[in-house]
Design a protein around this ligand. Sequence first.
Ligand code: FA5
Length: 339
Amino acid sequence: LEQNGLSEIKNSGDLSKLNDIRVNLLGKKGPLTEVLRGMRDLSKEDRPKVGEFANRVRDNLTATIEKRRTELEKERLNRKLAEESIDVTLPGTPVAQGQPHVIQQIIDQIEDLFLGMGYQVVQGPEVELDRYNFEMLNLPKDHPARDMQDTFYITKDILMRSQTSPVQARTMEKHDFSKGPLKMISPGVVYRRDTDDATHSHQFHQVEGLVIDKNITMGDLKGTLETLAQELFGDRFEVRLRPSYFPFTEPSVEADVTCFNCMGKGCSVCKYTGWIEVLGAGMVHPNVLKMAGVDSETYGGFAFGLGPDRFAMLRYGVDDIRNFYLNDVRFLSQFNKRG
Ligand code: FA5
């Protein structure tokens, strides 16, 4: 029995066979158990001898099974390691790397510039109250200048904001001027019922800027806009300020930049003017200050609202604003900051 058992164990090829052998040899119905059970029928003298012998056989078999089990487990692990080994010389699967949208890149650059000049960045809601989008900006309900921004209304009093200027009103209302001046920019998406064409989209971006303090002049506005133009366009383009009208600023201006497409000669992109309008600005109207609870005798300031979509067109020579919104990765990946 012992010799047979030992050779069966040595020849067992896998763990489940080894387990079967163990059950057969040492299990409850196995021959050894049988022998031990039969001991009660033996004489007093034979009992210890047979017992000792049977126990020795059992111990030997158990130890051999354990040894074989360790061997088989090792073999199995080695086989698994060999099967699962990785060929490090195989070419890897390329991982596509994302990047901020080109307009977001422009907005990030504008934020960096203004943060460096001590401005704070403030966000406002895209679904806005008529009160902030128009009324507090000196545009009561029946004001004809509301037609300048054809607006998506949700209800009589709630709309998709047509400009980022409502964030001015919201921020001024909360600002504690005893703690210092207010300097903010507010980037975001705005909506208008404009007919889409090469330079107009019904959904586009604006960055609002606002400074309120004592003794702010038009010269401060001009210097700020020149710093911005220099940062974004370098010396390649000319910037001109042109008198304009906004109900919330007086006096008001608009800034145009040389058309990138014809460099001022006149083409269909700039509607044959040689210029592309990029922002509106002016000195904050006293009514706007008063409505936000700011003392308009002591404080004044300037505000501007610029279109980063147009900035992106100028900088990269993109001749149709709609390209930014088609989400064609072939187009967008051209503006990869990481090169
Ligand atoms: C305004 O929206 C004013 N809130 C700007 C302002 C702020 C003036 C603070 C004074 C003080 P305007 O409607 O001109 O102004 O738009 C500002 C800029 O947004 C434009 O110069 C242009 O760059 C951009 N813009 C306007 N309409 C569109 C459009 N449909 N598609 C893309 N960009 C547009």
